[in-house]
Design a protein around this ligand. Structure first.
Ligand code: PFF
Length: 455
């Protein structure tokens, strides 16, 4: 059977941007920037983007497209013994989908609870107590939280519907799930910056603290954020690239994807920090007392800010809906891209029927997800997320860049990229794949291991 193809260049680019722009842009990037030097963080951020992020993205698009294969098979063609790296990537991806979808399930619930602002003045109590009914630690595996189970079911059904017809249905979906969150972020940002106190919040995000640039951790965080944010080292971009024709542009598409992803992060930063500034003013505290990232930002801090926004329950419900629809549409294309990478890998290797695999995997994902839908779910989610983000991905990134850069030959890949791309890339690409990426990632891995031992 002929390999499926994207319906248009834009279907591919939007799908790639959709995968890259996910929950991490909304709840990881703003917090990262705030913690790592504010405005000064953009320096390591852009350095990392240009010297590591864009080259590895180009390399992933190129090997997917050039070999017309998903990650394990494509890496197997790059070097005989490298297939396992691709499997490592997609297995890590599978594990991530199991809990990513649980977060999607929470968002579905919060969408519903936005009507009437159910958390009132106590979002923390609402999230941990009423909603998760959290127990301490892993102790009680029991206590399935039915609202989460239902959200999880909806999430998997949605993913199934989107992937059912492959690139055709994905192409149709990303035409709206990629622009919509951007529009919502713009609206939330406009509401945010027109609130009193917004400027103070934005100051925290943009005021540069250049002294931070002397801290190696800040640089490591910038590279880590770029890798995570571009969804590289999960096999996704390789699978997406494989649905292009061999002659498709690589360099330009990678640059558009990377810049589109960064733009989404900046918008999110403005939308989030303007509202945090307002909230701090209303509560008569400093902005740094309310700042948070991750789960705490989306399910506690931002909901609290919503309940302080003037205009009464109707306006607040609308802002809540806008915020959670934004998160949902931002997250869904990242969620299904992980599943697509796995499906593509299984399809290439075992010639399984796409649809049957998808149904089987969705059921499996739903069942594994139940672990995180129990009262101890957040505990497990934190632990697994920590290991995936801190180790699994880095190892894939290191091995991938070494195999492509040294064994296959960065210059060979660059020749291919230049033969199909509008923009021609120079020798810096080789330096990046052979030296910069592996060395930086090894340093980050070392720092992470050091932190782990120290704690
Ligand atoms: N790139 C996504 C983000 O920044 O939110 C996160 C992500 C998506 C990570 C897909 C991993 C993944 F496979």
């Amino acid at each position: 059977m002929a390999r499926q193809k994207w319906g248009s260049r834009w279907a591919f680019v939007l799908a790639a941007i959709g995968s890259a722009a996910g929950l991490g842009n909304a709840w990881r990037f703003p917090y990262m920037a705030y913690q790592n030097g504010g405005g000064a963080f953009y320096i390591p951020y852009f350095v990392a983007l240009f010297i590591a992020g864009i080259p590895i993205l180009m390399a992933e698009f190129a090997i997917g497209q050039g070999f017309q294969s998903s990650a394990p098979k494509a890496l197997g063609k790059v070097s005989k013994n490298a297939e396992f790296i691709g499997w490592w990537a997609v297995i890590t991806g599978s594990i991530i989908t199991f809990y990513y979808n649980v977060i999607m399930a929470w968002i579905f619930n919060y969408l519903y609870h936005s009507l009437g602002v159910a958390w009132k003045n106590d979002p923390k109590g609402f999230f941990f107590g009423d909603f998760l009914k959290l127990t301490d630690g892993p102790g009680q595996l029991g206590g399935l939280r039915w609202p989460i189970v239902i959200g999880l079911l909806i999430s998997w059904l949605w993913i199934y519907m989107i992937l059912r017809k492959g690139t055709e249905s994905v192409g149709k979906t990303v035409m709206w799930t990629v622009p919509l969150p951007v529009v919502l972020l713009l609206l939330l940002g406009i509401r945010g910056i027109t609130l009193p106190g917004a400027a103070t919040g934005l100051n925290y995000l943009f005021q540069p603290n250049f002294a931070k640039l002397a801290d190696a951790r800040v640089w490591a965080n910038a590279f880590g954020q770029i890798f995570f944010s571009l969804s590289v080292a999960f096999g996704i971009m390789i699978a997406y690239g494989s649905y292009n024709s061999k002659k498709n542009d690589v360099a330009n598409n990678a640059i558009i994807t990377a810049l589109g992803n960064s733009a989404t992060s900046f918008l999110a930063g403005i939308a989030v920090f303007s509202v945090l500034g307002y909230m701090a003013q209303q509560m008569n505290v400093q902005v740094n007392e309310v700042v948070s990232g991750g789960v705490g930002l989306a399910f506690v801090v931002y909901p609290q800010a919503i309940s302080l926004i003037p205009g009464g329950p109707i306006v607040q419900s609308i802002i809540g809906l806008a915020f959670f629809i934004m998160l949902l549409t931002l997250g869904i294309d990242s969620a299904f891209s992980l599943v697509e990478a796995i499906e593509a890998a299984a399809g290439d290797k075992f010639k399984v029927n796409k649809k049957s695999f998808l149904i089987g995997f969705s059921i499996l994902g739903f069942i594994f997800g139940l672990l995180f839908a129990t009262q101890g779910g957040l505990y497990w989610l934190d632990i697994i997320d920590h290991f995936m983000g801190t180790y699994a991905l880095l190892v894939v990134g290191i091995l991938e860049s070494i195999v492509i850069g040294w064994i296959f030959g960065a210059d060979r890949l660059r020749k291919y990229i230049n033969s199909v791309s509008e923009i021609k890339i120079g020798g810096w690409f080789d330096l990046s794949l052979k030296f910069v990426i592996p060395i930086v990632l090894i340093i980050i891995l070392g720092l992470n291991i050091f932190d782990e031992i120290k704690n």
